[in-house]
Ligand binder design. Structure first.
Ligand SMILES: Nc1ncnc2c1ncn2[C@@H]1O[C@H](COP(=O)(O)OP(=O)(O)OP(=O)(O)O)[C@@H](O)[C@H]1O
Length: 451
């Protein structure tokens, strides 16, 4: 087995923590950086924001265990986002037919589980070398994808945020990021992790809003086999997964008081106890939390535990909404213009003055995510080299007044969501995009308004 260390950046996506651990341990000795992710829903975010040399992708996530269908769907998504991505498929049920199909569908290669270390390593090295030769030949380095997250922000408000982030990154202080939906809380959390001494270790992101009350403990702290009916195997929780690294708890303001108490115990003891076990396992994690809710007010109303708040908000970073960082709107629009014109191979490369005015006067309720989606749609539909105001769809005030709902905010939100769901024929992913919300955030609202 060759022992060369390549500078490459690898991503492993598999829902089995043991597989992730073992594959990472092996590959870490031979590649510069090895990230892993258990939740395939994070793939679009990771592939769009970080340039991976090779992605090792499981064929079968929990939804259906052996057809490989899910793996093919994720392979498509990855190639959609990054057509030159080198994806090695990882399968426990591999047969020649599935391997051939994966390669026809654009995968670089495949490896069967259980794997032989030499075979896995050789396949990953070949995929890496091929990808790099290809890179040298065809693609000049892209200005918008680099090895770190490309946070755009030159406004005084963002410079202050980035300054605080850089200072706090060097410490192990707990950080609470506050900000509206789509302001970049997730991105900032990853940025802090990357700047910290924990960066060689995992960054584990957990969307608390998307975890049901009953699965909270098992997801976060793990469970032992037999702890409950569906617990067929031991499961490593997200805290343990993040050991030595950073755990990012998003949508923290959404968890119930009993769950807040459980979280507090873990933070106080710096140890987790798996469901069904009574053994405490020490964990060494840096905690970053985020919420779009007014958590101080929630604490004042006894909806959020004050003692938990004290523990998580050693440093508080407020991400300003996009409308309060006007200076960032055009650089961000240009960043997304470049990103999507290169992704969709469109000739469009600049913004017309009329569009610049439109972007600056709109108030971006969905923040950067809304701007990103508006630019993506516009680039796809664009015809010339210059993007015009008419190419970019933003909700205008007339549409809002047509809602005729009075000034009840909840009522307005309900109406807007109902309209978006109708427009997208009930497709949650599309409607969430349209509204500038994450899928989890939309789900919560659908539940809240009983839509
Ligand atoms: N400063 C930035 N520069 C470039 N892209 C950004 C920036 N901030 C956010 N983005 C992009 O905007 C999108 C939304 O950001 P992100 O998911 O981090 O927001 P969020 O505040 O966590 O959203 P939510 O509250 O809905 O979970 C992402 O695709 C992210 O890459």
């Amino acid at each position: 087995m060759t022992t060369t260390t390549l500078p490459g950046k690898i991503l492993i996506v598999d829902d089995d923590m043991d597989v992730l651990r073992a594959a990472r341990l092996l590959l870490k000795r031979h590649f510069g950086q090895v990230d892993f992710e258990r939740n395939p829903q994070k793939i679009p975010y990771l592939v769009s924001n970080f340039e991976y040399d090779v992605i090792l992708l499981d064929m079968n996530f929990t939804r259906d265990l052996s057809s490989g269908k899910e793996g093919f769907e994720w392979l498509d998504r990855i190639l959609d986002i990054q057509p030159t991505a080198a994806v090695v498929m990882f399968t426990a049920y591999g047969d020649v037919e599935m391997a051939v199909r994966a390669i026809k569908a654009g995968a670089a290669d495949f490896v069967l589980k259980p794997w032989e270390n030499e075979k896995l390593l050789a396949t990953m090295q070949t995929a890496y070398n091929k990808k790099n030769q290809q890179k040298e030949k065809v693609t000049p380095p892209s200005p918008v994808t680099n090895n770190t997250s490309s946070i755009i922000g030159n406004s005084p408000a963002m410079l202050a945020v980035l300054d605080t982030a850089a200072r706090v990154a060097g410490t192990d202080a707990n950080v609470l990021i506050l900000g509206e939906n789509g302001t970049g809380k997730d991105m900032l959390a990853r940025h802090i992790h990357q700047l910290s001494h924990r960066s060689p270790h995992p960054f584990v992101s957990v969307d608390l809003g998307a975890i049901s009350e009953s699965l909270f403990e098992s997801e976060l702290f793990g469970h032992v086999k037999g702890a409950f009916t569906d617990a067929r195997e031991d499961r490593v929780g997200r805290f343990e997964e993040a050991n030595k690294g950073t755990i990012f708890l998003d949508e923290l303001g959404n968890i119930s008081l009993p769950l807040q108490a459980k979280l507090l115990t873990v933070l106080q003891n710096r140890a987790v106890t798996k469901v069904g076990s009574n053994k405490a396992i020490p964990v060494d994690v840096r905690l970053i939390c985020a919420t779009n809710r007014n958590i101080q007010q929630m604490a004042a109303q006894y909806l959020f535990r004050q003692d938990l708040l004290y523990r998580i908000n050693t440093i508080e970073i407020q991400l300003p909404p996009l409308r309060e960082r006007q200076e960032d709107i055009i650089p961000l629009a240009e960043h997304f213009l470049q990103l999507y014109s290169s992704k969709y191979k469109r000739p469009v490369n600049s913004l017309h003055e009329s569009l610049i005015q439109q972007l600056l006067t709109y108030d971006w309720p969905g923040n950067i995510r809304e701007l990103q989606h508006a630019m993506e749609r516009a680039v796809i539909l664009s015809q010339g080299k210059v993007l015009q105001a008419k190419d970019v769809f933003v909700k205008n005030p007339v549409q809002e007044t047509q809602l005729n709902t009075g000034y009840n905010l909840e009522e307005m939100e309900r109406n807007i969501i109902t309209q978006a769901m109708k427009k997208c024929n009930g497709n949650i992913t599309e409607a969430a995009k349209e509204l500038g919300l994450s899928r989890a955030a939309l789900y919560r609202r659908l539940e809240k308004y009983n839509i």
